[in-house]
Design a protein. Sequence first.
Length: 94
Amino acid sequence: MTTLTPPRAVPGAAFGQLVRNEARLAWRQPTSLIGGLALPTALLIIFSFIPTFRQPQAALGGSSPLDLYVPILIGFSLAMLALFGLPIPFVTFR
């Protein structure tokens, strides 16, 4: 009588499949990608064309308003990804 041995799992194979599947699902509904990545990038480009945003100001400690706006855009990007990217998949998974 022979015993059945389970197949050996390749480390990270399941995680790779999960990442590919989630990327495919995100590509089908690009709302979160547009809201979370394209919108903050577009805002950064638009604000960089404003001359007063690039000039250092003494009231800001020698940095420009654009330098201070980059961390705000990073937080905005993360918030948009969370607000657009999480509820839709959770509802569809249910």
